[in-house]
Design a protein around this ligand. Structure first.
Ligand SMILES: [Cu+2]
Length: 317
């Protein structure tokens, strides 16, 4: 039987096809096929339960052990989310939140992610880790249809904060990203963070701010449109996306996600680490009545942090 779901998946495949089947150039995918196999059987394993942003799962800042295999699980959830009082989006999410949950490991650890695309979804998805080297960041190894599950393992070799996002090919990539499918992984140096002089620094709290740009179509009366599922809104959203002007730019998926009763809290005198990511567009956060004491503006901990900043520039991931 040719179901509506099959039709939608077909449409997605056709749209992506010219890009997916295109022969992949040598410089695009690192060929590791003749690399010596690594025996990981003796390496300790640790399971981590992810938290919805702005919260971040418990973690050590200075690693007390040698490298480990850190196991994560994420479920892809397609669902309608309210972005503002009068605006909704058929979101595609890692674990149900926009952005997806933040992961923390240490340099030298292996990240082992089980990614599940449940059967009630209608689209193919995958994950591309900017922290990983080779195989399109895992994107070429993790494409899963509804009802499929995949396990990806990579070694975190570079310290810093990195975007991950869904990248199922061609026009599907920006569509899935601006529908909510991005998140962040932080790879800490094993001996923790250092200030501008190389002295150890630590934080009392950590918050993850994921910034999103949405492109929500309007009807003839000027009201934002709602759709039965992501596939139904695809063509209309593509029109708005092609104009390159978002209808909404929000922190953590919706207007008010980090203000009022949702405001981020800290006690006076505490040191707070903000990890601020944007998968798609550049952004320039500015603290009012405060300063960035230490700012790794590029998000990479091998670089010396800047000091006393008022405004800083975050490159689209
Ligand atoms: Cu996706």
């Amino acid at each position: 039987m040719f179901t509506r779901r099959a039709a939608l998946m077909g449409a997605a495949l056709v749209a992506a096809a010219p890009y997916v089947i295109k022969p992949v150039l040598a410089e695009e995918v690192m060929d590791t096929s003749d690399a010596a196999p690594v025996d990981l059987s003796a390496m300790p394993r640790r399971k981590v339960r992810l938290l919805a942003p702005p919260y971040v799962h418990e973690h050590e800042q200075v690693a007390s052990t040698g490298p480990e295999i850190v196991e994560f699980e994420m479920k892809i959830i397609e669902k309608e989310l309210q972005v503002d009082d009068n605006a909704w989006i058929q979101a595609m999410t890692f674990n149900g939140s926009v952005p997806g949950p933040m992961m923390v490991v240490h340099e030298g650890d292996y990240v082992e992610l089980t990614l599940f695309n449940p059967p009630e979804n209608i689209l193919q998805h995958n994950i591309d880790f900017h922290a990983a080297t080779g195989a399109l960041g895992g994107g070429s190894l993790t494409l899963v249809n509804p009802g499929e599950k995949v396990v990806l393992r990579f070694k975190a070799t570079r310290p810093g904060t990195f975007v991950y996002h869904c990248a199922p090919g061609g026009p599907m990539i920006p569509w899935h990203v601006v529908s909510g499918m991005s998140g962040c992984i932080m790879v800490l140096p094993r001996d923790g963070l250092k200030d501008h002089l190389g002295a150890p620094v630590s934080y009392d709290r950590i918050y993850y701010i994921g910034e999103n740009d949405f492109y929500i179509p309007k009807g003839p009366d000027g009201d934002y449109l709602r759709y039965a599922d992501a596939g139904e809104g695809y063509a209309d959203m593509l029109d708005v996306m092609n104009g390159l002007i978002p209808t909404h730019v929000v922190f953590n998926g919706r207007v008010g996600a980090l203000t009022g009763v949702n405001a981020l809290e800290a006690a006076q005198g505490e040191t707070v680490l903000f990890v601020h990511g944007q998968a798609n567009r550049d952004t320039r956060p500015h603290l009012i009545g405060g300063h960035g004491d230490l700012v790794w503006e590029t998000g990479k901990f091998n670089n010396v942090p800047e000091r006393d900043l008022e405004t800083w520039f975050i490159r689209g991931g």
